[in-house]
Design a protein around this ligand. Structure first.
Ligand code: FAD
Length: 353
């Protein structure tokens, strides 16, 4: 059966909810289709000790400040789940959970949104599917021969799952540093942290607030035709959140260079040294979850869809929210996505009228 609505938002994480907030304010006819059975997008899947890299008041979606979490400057992932669950309810956003969008395709003046529960015929689509469902693991000699456990960031939950084991954590970004710190501070796991280049910690007083300001300033400079300051990447890779700082300051959080290959039971470096391992946790990033847009044939360099702001250049009825800075400054953060969602909905409103 084909149903009709003006706008479908694909994905009901923070980006989809921010879009929903602005669509609701403008009184548009829309629905949010979300594959997860429960609210909050990827936050419900993150590891137990994860804390935000910004205080609550700097991690808010439009309309409602995130309340502070008692006793915590940087709220935990569970607090974010509660906040987003409440947000969805508070604004009575029409989110249909447990519905996966398989394909978006052109159908004359309309777009067809095909899901596992039926098809929607719409005037515009906002895609907000994030990156969590597309973990990236690099190709590396011997990866297929390793007989221990191999996990990605998305699979990691808690140190107790590795008690008494030798674990290699791969990755010099925030996930790698935080998971290495989590395991190290636990004291029951033998941790080796490896990074492709020496880890670059941001200064201890720089958190998500400053990163947001830097990302915004960079966008403004680029828009005004000024030279690229390098943005957030020029400051470093790792926010020194309290657990990372604590592990680093104990002197236990040393990074080794990336190994050259895996064998059945160990990692081997080019200089012949090796480390036995029971598990390897790949904290090696994500790719945008854009498979459902494949029928539109919009992807270009590095798998991205070229956009003007959030609007797909080659399909003006499609907007992209979240994913990374390429869809707006800091649009893959709680505080940043509100602005890109507002701008996208303004354009969609223009398109519909
Ligand atoms: P998601 O939260 O991933 O939501 C996407 C939704 O789309 C999901 O509900 C999914 O089920 C749904 N979906 C996917 N595919 C389909 C489909 N085909 N059909 C229907 N539904 C679909 N940001 C901050 O601001 N502060 C932080 O401290 C912070 N820490 C982070 C720590 C980690 C480890 C990671 C990975 C990210 C962090 N981020 C942080 C970045 C960002 O805020 C999160 O990644 C956030 O979850 C992105 O929200 P999103 O709505 O774009 O995507």
């Amino acid at each position: 059966m084909t149903q009709h609505v003006d706008v479908v938002v694909v994905g009901g994480g923070q980006a989809g909810l921010a879009a929903g907030y602005h669509l609701r304010r403008r009184g548009l006819d829309f629905i949010v289709l979300d594959a997860d059975p429960a609210p909050s997008g990827s936050w419900q899947h993150m590891w137990e000790s994860l804390h935000l890299f910004s205080p609550a008041e700097h991690s808010s979606l439009p309309g409602r400040l995130m309340p502070a979490q008692t006793g915590e400057t940087y709220p935990g992932a569970g607090h974010v789940v509660d906040y987003l669950t409440d947000y969805e309810k508070r604004y009575d956003l029409p989110v249909q959970h447990g519905t996966r969008v398989d394909a978006v395709r052109r159908d004359g003046e309309r777009l067809l949104v095909e899901t596992d529960t039926g098809t929607w015929r719409v005037k515009a689509v906002a895609s907000a599917t994030g990156t969590w469902s597309r973990p990236f693991l690099p190709a590396l000699p011997g990866r297929g021969t390793f007989t221990g456990r191999q996990l990605h960031t998305v699979d990691y939950r808690r140190p107790a799952d590795f008690a008494g084991q030798r674990v290699i954590v791969v990755g010099g970004g925030n996930s790698g540093a935080q998971i290495a710190a989590d395991l190290t501070l636990d004291g029951h796991v033998d941790v080796t942290w490896v990074t492709e280049r020496p880890p670059r910690f941001l200064a201890d007083d720089i958190d998500g607030r400053a990163l947001f300001d830097v990302a915004t300033a960079r966008r403004r400079a680029l828009d005004a035709g000024r030279s690229d300051s390098g943005g957030v990447a020029s400051l470093g890779d790792i926010v020194a959140v309290p657990p990372v700082r604590a592990a680093r300051d104990t002197g236990l959080l040393h990074a080794k260079p990336m190994f050259a290959q895996l064998t059945a039971t160990s990692a081997r470096w080019d200089n012949g040294s090796h480390t036995h391992a029971d598990a390897v946790i790949w904290c090696t990033g994500f790719r945008p979850a854009l498979t459902h847009l494949a029928p539109l044939n919009l992807r270009r360099a590095r798998g991205h869809i070229p956009t003007d702001g959030t609007r797909a250049l080659d399909e003006p009825r499609l907007h992209l929210l979240g994913y990374g800075d390429w869809t707006g400054p800091a649009s893959a953060t709680l505080i940043g996505v509100g602005r890109t969602a507002r701008d996208a909905v303004r354009e969609v409103t223009g398109l519909l009228s």
